[in-house]
Design a protein around this ligand. Structure first.
Ligand SMILES: NC(=O)c1ccc[n+]([C@@H]2O[C@H](COP(=O)([O-])OP(=O)(O)OC[C@H]3O[C@@H](n4cnc5c(N)ncnc54)[C@H](OP(=O)(O)O)[C@@H]3O)[C@@H](O)[C@H]2O)c1
Length: 309
């Protein structure tokens, strides 16, 4: 038997259907998940080109997040049991990526899928949710009453950063296109500024005139320096798209990379279940149309893209 997947034979290849060998016998602490939905996003492009090391070389199924049903458990696994609906960001990959009929994950990086989340929502949730939590709670340590700028709030991850910061009691100044503004307000932003306005950084500083912007999260590719420029002296910037050149104003700059974390994912799954976090799905593709799905995921936003094998 073989495993149908979407991925690459060599770094840089276009994504295509692959027939991979079935996973080897499970090691201690591993589970097999039958994939119902797997997230597709522009970070998968970095895996395709070899710029993001996911712990394996081609031939490689891409995909770093998924939801599905546990179908086999290895030695020493107390939870989850076979039949459990789960989601995961299983890096480094124990076997292959998530754009496949089945995947192998360490049980410690698995969280239960909330009943009220669809497979697609759960499959596209782990990466944006973990990244956003790490930006808001760990790196920026956003405090109630503080004013935070979220640059790139129209994106899936940017939107979750807005939601988590608003849930923390912060005042959120967000940037988004006109077409995304209503959604970003609904996620909890207090002010939304169109980043196409050449003066948007001054508008953001004006909007925070009484307190100044002490914390900024940048989720806009190329928006790092602009986000930095909105901060007061001594402020702090967390960026998930690369670091800007430093400024001599006592500003701390953190170039944040997602950290896989099952405990954190389980807490975030509870927030999804309680309606404190949201994820919109804009498109779903079968694995046979993987190249189309990846192309759409790397263009624009308004929601996440998934593969449903
Ligand atoms: N370092 C990490 O660990 C990590 C983790 C997750 C994501 N990321 C990266 O973070 C970025 C955002 O992720 P995402 O999931 O939010 O992506 P996404 O859903 O594809 O978001 C794209 C959105 O970004 C907005 N945008 C584009 N250019 C902008 C600009 N110059 N200024 C402000 N907003 C702009 C647009 O929003 P409008 O609709 O409002 O125009 C666009 O729809 C991606 O580059 C991704 O690779 C990094």
């Amino acid at each position: 038997m073989s495993l149908r997947a979407a991925g690459i034979q060599a770094f840089g290849d276009e994504v295509a259907l692959l027939e991979l060998p079935e996973p080897p016998p499970l090691e201690t602490g591993q589970v097999v998940i039958e994939v119902k939905a797997a997230g597709v996003a522009n970070w998968d492009e970095f895996v395709r080109t070899g710029d993001w090391d996911v712990g394996r070389v081609p031939p490689l199924a891409l995909g770093v997040e998924a939801a599905g049903e546990v179908v086999d458990v290895g030695p020493g696994v107390e939870w989850p049991a076979a039949g459990a609906p789960v989601m995961t960001h299983p890096l480094p990959l124990p076997y292959q990526g998530c754009w496949a009929e089945r995947l192998v994950a360490p049980a410690r990086l698995v969280a239960e899928k909330p009943d009220n989340a669809s497979w697609a929502e759960a499959g596209a949730f782990p990466v944006p949710a973990l990244t956003s939590e790490q930006v808001v709670a760990e790196v920026l340590d956003v405090q109630p009453g503080e004013t935070i700028l979220v640059n790139g709030a129209g994106g899936v991850t940017g939107g979750m950063i807005v939601e988590l910061a608003a849930n923390s009691g912060a005042t959120v100044i967000a940037t988004a296109s006109e077409s995304s503004a209503a959604r970003v307000m609904a996620l909890g932003a207090d002010v939304v500024i169109d980043y196409h306005d050449p003066d948007w950084t001054s508008l953001a500083r004006d909007a925070a005139r009484s307190t100044g912007i002490r914390a900024a999260a940048n989720a806009a590719p190329g928006g790092e320096a602009d986000a930095l420029s909105t901060l007061v002296d001594g402020g702090r910037l967390a960026t998930i798209t690369g670091a800007p050149p430093p400024e001599e104003r006592g500003i701390s700059i953190a170039n944040v990379y997602i950290r896989p974390d099952g405990d954190e994912l389980r807490l975030l799954a509870a927030s999804l279940a309680e309606g404190k976090l949201h994820i919109d799905i804009r498109a779903s593709y079968p694995l046979t149309r993987a190249a189309d799905g990846l192309a759409q995921a790397t263009k624009g936003s308004g929601g996440a893209v998934v593969f449903e094998p």
